[in-house]
Design a protein around this ligand. Structure first.
Ligand code: C2E
Ligand code: CA
Ligand code: CA
Length: 687
């Protein structure tokens, strides 16, 4: 049911009161006449206001018990939400402003209004009071919200921000106004793509939600969860953006903490079992795609329990922490070192060679490195302690192994390492183990062979077009006590990888130079040159030049008759340093042949820069020179290249007259091959 508008008229002058009453009588609010109650003093008004709150107050400022602005303030205080229309005796713009400021909605001058005026004034006052109340509520709410709120113009400059924003960022409202948020709190740590998507979204009129890392006024960083809403005007044009922000640093930190607890070992900070299983799962998936091989190394400390029991858990913990640190130093960045618990660690290697055998050797290499690292003495609170590990290794590839099986295998292999006497490593795979052992044995045998003089050189003749012997290539043979004569194909690579090639190569050089000296004393052999193969690792050794010169000097070999055979890959590795070494030897008369030419990169630029004396056509081209047009073309090309550079060309692996004739017909006049003589002991070499 509709209620009449209740008006409280506070007016001490009965004449004025009567007049206003008369004005109001014909006015209708929602079709009803207002109900007017009159108070003749502030005191009386106070009493009435305590009983009923009216819909509107008409207020005369000159009352017996109150006057002026104070009257407005008091009445507004008594009825805070009620609209007040002040009735004043005179017009005074400044005073009017004060009155409105003090809480009144309108200001009418007595004698200047009529019935229609006052009706309109009352209606407007009520509307204004309602809007003001709503604004006040919204303002209070925006200020009170715990989230940061920022309102910008369409140009992104800040027009308003709430206290929570200031608290979050350290920028007061005054400092923020007129600036773009990005000038204040930009950290530079967010993806450019993120900002792009942000702008694209809000410019399209949509709400963007996301997380940013921002910077406070004091320079500290915080994580912010943010929603930006574009605000359009009546024409649909975006005029403002409202950002709703929340500092989620704490939440992030606790999430990180939880992750840390869930995936890392608290004592060593290494990934724990769960994390390892996770990564292993991923690694298996990657292996499937990349065809790489990975390895699991299960590491258990020998007699950790004993140390723990005698020295106490605190010391045991110290050891585990140091072991963890050393393990981490033994692997590459992408590898995983984890602690399963107790004294059990698992290292996962990824990205090993795609070849199982090579991968096994790489894993073994890391295993050996770990054994060496963990064997170093430990300083545990001033006590020097020793500890050794037993390591079990298993390889994994894309063969759909289950994670459990892999761990079990590595564990089993670790027990085999324990059984084998501890402080060692074992492979799970027997074939792998056998190959790794065979290799280790071969390496040991090679060392022994060098010591026991089981190596010898064979000499293969090199001839000219007339069939005259002009020199020889020295080729290494291993006179193995059980296996007989072993050719270099079976051991040179291992000698390279193990570094043994440096001493082996030195021996070869010395033996070859001795042979040269020997030939030099015999008139029938004095003209012969001798080619000696030099491997990359040997050549790169910093002492190489000095060693060669020393050997030449003390064997008294004629350096003009000595030729070193280098391969392309060796030359290309570091052209500058290579050229320098070659020049140093060249200065003493030593020559150089480029071995296996045509099989490598065959870059012509280095051919000119390096002091070469001969190109050697690889025997793979010579073999098929008559049957494969491609190989014939390469052979012809090399010969032509040699001729144009003024470099003699020699063909190796010549086995038939037809091959020789073909080569001769294209201008190659030096040969080496079974057609002219196999590699043979010096005593059998023709003179
Ligand atoms: P290489 O330098 O290409 O040596 C030529 C190889 O071809 C030798 O094999 C030789 O016996 C073989 N050969 C010669 N004529 C013929 C032929 O007509 N037909 C066929 N099928 N083969 C022929 P070898 O002695 O088994 O040596 C193999 C490789 O081992 C050499 O290839 C060389 O790279 C390396 N090597 C040999 N001796 C040494 C050495 O003292 N030091 C170093 N670093 N490497 C050596
Ligand atoms: Ca050679
Ligand atoms: Ca060769």
């Amino acid at each position: 049911m509709k209620q009449p508008l209740r008006i409280l008229l506070i007016e001490d002058d009965p004449g004025d009161a009567g007049l206003i009453g008369a004005y109001l009588r014909p006015v209708r609010f929602s079709g009803l006449a207002p109900r007017i109650v009159v108070a003749t003093s502030l005191g009386e008004a106070r009493g009435l206001l305590l009983e009923v709150v009216p819909d509107l107050i008409l207020l005369d400022l000159a009352l017996p018990d109150s006057a002026g602005l104070a009257t407005v303030t008091t009445v507004h205080g008594l009825a805070p939400g009620t609209p007040i229309v002040v009735l004043s005796g005179h017009r005074d713009a400044e005073f009017e402003a004060d009155v409105l400021e003090a809480g009144a909605q309108d200001y009418l001058v007595k004698g200047e209004f009529d019935s229609a005026h006052i009706g309109r004034a009352i209606r407007h006052a009520r509307t204004r009071a309602r809007l003001e109340a709503r604004l006040k509520l919204q303002d209070a709410a925006l200020r009170a919200v715990a989230h940061g709120i920022v309102i910008t113009g369409a140009d992104a400059t800040i027009q308003w921000a709430n206290p929570a924003f200031s608290q979050m960022t350290g920028y007061s409202l005054a400092e923020s106004l007129g600036h773009k948020p990005k000038d204040l709190i930009h950290s530079g740590l967010n993806d450019a793509a993120l900002y792009e998507s942000l702008w694209r979204t809000i410019m399209a009129g949509q709400v963007w939600r996301g997380e940013l890392v921002n910077k406070r006024k004091d320079g500290s960083l915080y994580d912010e969860e943010l929603a930006i809403t574009p605000v359009r005007d009546a024409q649909g044009v975006i005029q403002h953006f409202v950002a709703f922000k929340q500092d989620i640093s704490e939440r992030k930190a606790s999430e990180e903490k939880i992750r840390q607890l869930a995936f890392y070992d608290a004592l060593t900070n290494l990934p724990n079992r769960r994390m390892l299983l996770d990564r292993l799962q991923q690694a298996l998936a990657v292996c499937g795609r990349s065809h790489h091989v990975g390895a699991l190394l299960f590491i258990d400390l020998d007699d950790f329990k004993g140390l723990n029991d005698t020295l106490g858990h605190d010391i045991g913990d110290l050891l585990l922490i140091q072991v963890a640190r050393r393990l981490a130093e033994c692997v590459r960045e992408g590898d995983t070192v984890s602690r399963l618990g107790g004294d059990e660690f698992v290292v996962m290697l990824e990205d090993l060679s795609g070849n199982l055998e090579e991968a096994a050797l790489q894993a073994e290499g890391v295993g050996e490195k770990i054994i060496a690292a963990l064997n170093r003495p430990y300083d545990l609170n001033g006590n020097e302690q020793h500890s050794t590990p037993s390591i079990g290794i298993t390889l994994f590839d894309d063969s759909h192994d289950s994670i459990d099986d892999l761990l079990k295998r590595a564990d089993l292999a670790m027990y085999q390492a324990k059984e084998a006497g501890r402080n060692t490593l074992r492979f799970f795979d027997h074939a792998m183990q056998a190959r790794v052992e065979a290799r280790a044995m071969l390496e040991a045998e090679l060392r022994r062979a060098l010591r026991d003089n089981q190596f010898q050189l064979h000499y293969q003749p090199q001839v000219d077009a007339g069939g005259r012997v002009t020199g020889a290539e020295a080729l290494l043979r291993w006179n193995h006590p059980q296996r007989g004569l072993v050719t270099p194909g079976e051991f040179i690579t291992l000698a390279e990888e193990s570094g043994l090639i440096v001493s082996l190569g030195h021996w070869v050089l010395e033996e070859a130079c001795r042979q040269l000296t020997h030939w030099g004393a015999s008139p029938s052999h004095v003209h012969l040159t001798l080619a000696v193969n030099v491997s990359a690792r040997q050549f790169r050794h910093p002492d190489f030049v000095d060693q060669v010169l020393a050997v030449v000097e003390h064997t008294r070999a004629n350096p003009l008759r000595l030729k070193l055979e280098l391969t392309e890959s060796l030359l290309l590795d570091n052209v500058e340093a290579t050229a320098e070494k070659m020049a140093a030897l060249k200065a003493h008369g030593i020559g150089f042949a480029l071995d296996d030419f045509g099989t490598g990169y065959s870059s012509l630029t280095y051919l000119k820069r390096l002091p070469l004396d001969q190109l050697k056509i690889d025997r793979s081209f010579v073999r098929d020179v008559l049957s494969k047009p491609n190989d014939a073309a390469i052979a012809r090309g090399i010969i032509a290249l040699g001729l144009s550079l003024g470099l003699p060309v020699i063909a190796e692996g010549v086995e038939t007259m037809q091959q020789r004739d073909f080569l001769v017909s294209h201008g190659c006049v030096n040969f080496q091959g079974y057609l002219f003589g196999k590699p043979m002991p010096a005593g059998e070499f023709p003179g």
